[in-house]
Design a protein around this ligand. Sequence first.
Ligand code: 9YT
Length: 134
Amino acid sequence: MLVNRLAEIEGTERDVGAPTFQSRRLLLADDGMGFSFHDTILHAGSETTMWYRHHLEAVYCIDGEGELEETDSGVVHQILPGTLYALDQNDRHKLRALTELRMICVFNPALTGGEVHQPDGSYPPAERTPAPAP
Ligand code: 9YT
């Protein structure tokens, strides 16, 4: 059994900062679950453009208010606590944080460590990302 605590990963290599968000990665590929599990804070007023071409992601809002725009159609969805979205078609999207947003994110395949967004808004495929040092 694994028991991981947010307080114990803050400030470690599992706590990954980006210009618009802070991704705290409670489960990674090395944990062997087949998915990664993140507690992610998106900064108030930010917009993040994403296109997870190499991953499926589900995202569940537990705090804050935002807008999710489907890039291809322009359709906008309100994001509030209790809202889940799943990028089952590797959908291009933009997430606007109207307030600070706290999101629980699950990636399949699992992220392996310190991935940061590539210029196209994706994370690299798992086999191209070195695992973090033990
Ligand atoms: C909600 C969202 O997708 N934010 C981008 C960061 C990503 N989910 C991560 O690495 O935690």
